[in-house]
Design a protein around this ligand. Structure first.
Ligand code: HEC
Length: 106
């Protein structure tokens, strides 16, 4: 039974976050300094995060224990609920234009 719950938890959708609150937190905690104001990524500072972020569990894991250069944010500093809001904001990031829709150089 326990195993079943674990499997279900893995497939659980990301908690519902608030995009506006997420945007405020993204600024407040300085995520924007490295990942850009629209989570579009910065040149050499941090990768693009949205609009199709990595799964929520991986997102939380990266923020709590970054794999490389990013500073860690513990749950004391940034709660899971706040992270859910940030995740919602990142998901709502604008889609970059399709290459075909850009003006073509002749
Ligand atoms: C000082 C710069 C910096 C700040 C501030 C920062 N990040 Fe990062 N972030 C990075 C870098 C660099 C990476 C690449 C992996 C690494 O270094 O751990 C990264 C990776 C990530 C990833 C993984 C992306 C992927 O596709 O694998 C997520 C998610 C993320 N950051 C979220 C956040 C959030 C949310 C915040 C704010 C709470 C934040 N970051 C603040 C620099 C930063």
């Amino acid at each position: 039974m326990k195993v079943l719950f674990l499997i279900l938890a893995m497939f659980q959708a990301a908690p519902k976050g608030n995009v506006e609150t997420g945007k405020t937190l993204f600024m407040k905690y300085g995520c924007f300094e490295c990942h850009g104001r629209e989570a579009q990524g910065g040149a050499g500072t941090g990768p693009k995060l949205g609009p199709a972020p990595i799964p929520f569990s991986a997102f939380v894991y990266q923020v709590r224990s970054p794999r490389d250069q990013m500073p860690p944010y513990t749950s004391k500093v940034l709660s899971d609920a706040e992270l859910a809001d940030i995740y919602a904001f990142v998901q709502a990031a604008p889609q970059p234009p399709k290459v075909d829709s850009l003006p073509q150089l002749k």
